[in-house]
Design a binder for this molecule. Structure first.
Ligand SMILES: [Zn+2]
Length: 161
């Protein structure tokens, strides 16, 4: 069976940045299970995995435009502390969920604190970075109709609901 749209795919992977630092890895844990063609993983990796089979190993370098996007200075803004009512203590590096102008939920990270000014960054933490994946395909199966309808995988390694 080859990886194609609507297949549930299990992969072992290690993700490193260009400096060789490990950002994420399934090593020592369960494989990542995702639904091919549903945008569960970044586009560049999904494209590279298309047509592959169990046992295949590949190294994929994904440019920012096919990963988490370019770093956008416009996503950095300065807010007043009063916007963070209910948060006891603000710290650099804290992350919050916020809704973007297009209604999408995004995560913003506090970059700087200066008096009443809170500088937040809506870029994905991996924006602007080339991502290097070392991937081994562990399993491929047909997704159920329900999984396809939901756009994600159920059961072990997937959504539990
Ligand atoms: Zn579901």
């Amino acid at each position: 069976m080859l990886i194609a749209a609507n297949k549930a795919v299990s992969i072992d992977y290690t993700l490193t940045n260009d400096a060789g630092e490990v950002i994420d890895s399934s090593a020592g844990g369960a494989p990542l299970v995702y639904l091919q063609g549903a945008g569960n993983i970044i586009p560049g990796l999904e494209k590279a995995l298309e047509g592959k089979q169990v046992g295949d190993e590949l190294n994929v370098s994904v440019e920012p435009e096919d990963a988490y996007g370019e770093y956008t200075a416009e996503l950095v803004s300065t807010l007043s502390r009063s916007m963070f009512e209910g948060v006891d203590e603000l710290e650099v590096g804290m992350q919050f969920h916020a809704s973007a102008p297009d209604g999408q939920m995004q995560i913003v990270t506090i970059r700087d604190l200066d008096g009443d000014d809170v500088t937040v960054d809506g870029n994905h933490p991996l924006a602007g970075q080339r991502l290097n994946f070392q991937v081994k395909i562990v399993a491929i199966r047909d997704a159920s109709q329900e999984e396809v309808a939901h756009g994600h995988v159920h059961g072990e390694g997937g959504h539990q609901h």
